[in-house]
Design a protein. Sequence first.
Length: 564
Amino acid sequence: MAQAHFSSSSDFVREIIEEHMKTNRFQGRVATRFPPEPNGYLHIGHAKSVCLNFGIAAQYGGTCNLRMDDTDPSGESLEYVESIINDVRWLGFDWEDRLFYASDYFEQLYQCAVRLIKNGNAYVCSLSADEIRERRGTLTEPGKESPYRNRSNEENLHLFERMRAGEFEDGTHVLRAKIDMASPNITMRDPVLYRIKRATHYRTGGQWRIYPMYDFAHCLSDSIEKITHSICTLEFENNRPLYDWILDQLKLDSHPRQIEFARLNLSYTVLSKRRLIELVGKGSVTGWDDPRMPTIAGMRRRGYTPDAIRNFCDRIGVAKNDSLIDMALLEHCVREDLNERAPRVLGVLRPLRLVIDNYPEDQVEEFECFNHPQNSAMGSRKVPFSRVLYIEQDDFQENPQRKFNRLGPGREVRLRYSYIIKYASMVKDEQTGEITEVHCTYDPETRNAPPPDGRKVEGVIHWVSAEHSISAEARLYDRLFQVANPLGEEGDFTKYLNPKSLERIDSCRLEPSLKGAAPGSRYQFERLGYFCVDPIDSSPGGLVLNRIVTLRDSWTKVASRENK
């Protein structure tokens, strides 16, 4: 299983765990968890956390739970739960029988809240949300205590029971921890633990009218599951004292250690779930699984492999400070993986008709083409060749530019796996002047004979037989945004969306071996890029291919900048 593949490099998280192993802090146990909120699909940032939590558990012979932190019925759904389960499993990880839900602990969480009230550590506050915010104070000014802070334990218990019974409207009361309104950490200034929310939960229905806040439910869920290391992202660093305070006040047997690491920020996209929801809601993308989205579902549909994503997460490592990772590194990892596994095929995205004048009209040859030039185990296939072919429009220029080494007047090129051809003439549309057809002659003595045995020519271009090729739609995907950090720019982030992030080409021609290609199968179109058969929109009668990534590898430039 993939969780057995963990990083061999050390990092500060593993150093902490190593120290705990030496001191026997958790009796030699390592138990982690991946605890997403089911209010959206997972994205590449979540993949980093998945790999870290499952990887550490595997490395130290421990366990990793999958838990839905479903404490807010607004926006949570079974659709999101199922997508999370599918994505983590697709990434290659297995939680065995340890799939949990915070909603399963609602009664235990409620009883913990009752204990805090009885101990004088929590009170029911009747201030509005705005009033609580106004009294919170600032980094330089202490907060103001609630006028309801000194209610008796009996009154607090009575009100809390009535809150549970559904006697009050939303916003009427909240349960707050009684800590310190003058604390330098604003999080510790009597934070809210429970709120009234008369909403239906996707799992518990209308059973509850009060729901625990994330900070309260999360630490207790970790304790209930006997987690040893609660690994979370850096924005929870200020919440760690509250995490510890709740567990200390309740004197629970299990007290995990919270460790924060830098979240993943990826250039030319956004990894804020709220922003991703906005993109989906506004129709800026076709859905959570749009191949331009940084979601696991979108990347899977586009053709990324779980191996490439895990390798990317391993390469970026675990840091203490936030940084912006260049998209080029992720694309490099995808190329690197696909280069090993993707069979090579011939496809023409923008066909230009090419006629070989001196080739027999009724003749058809078959050329043996390797499926992978460096891996003979992947075998070969036969590709038909005939008098009329399709080549790429970009592979012909009427007036060749400097350094253009493909076909043009007075030029020769080799057709991949076959003959050398020489330009003869062209046909143009009388009205538009567009080149519609190119005529050439071929040298039959040059069949698949490159130097040193054959004649040297400057360029090699790909082709498909017009008669035998099959049609397809190609979707060429590019960066979702035009700027590296759209959330760091002024104004509405959606104005930086890349209008050229998707180009559809419905006139592509492919070699016949792709007929009936399975949904999700991946190929390298020689000279063009890596493509995946779209698993949603493709059908036996209409092949749709998503460009996964181009052949251009710009990561070397990124690496050189990082090494300076």
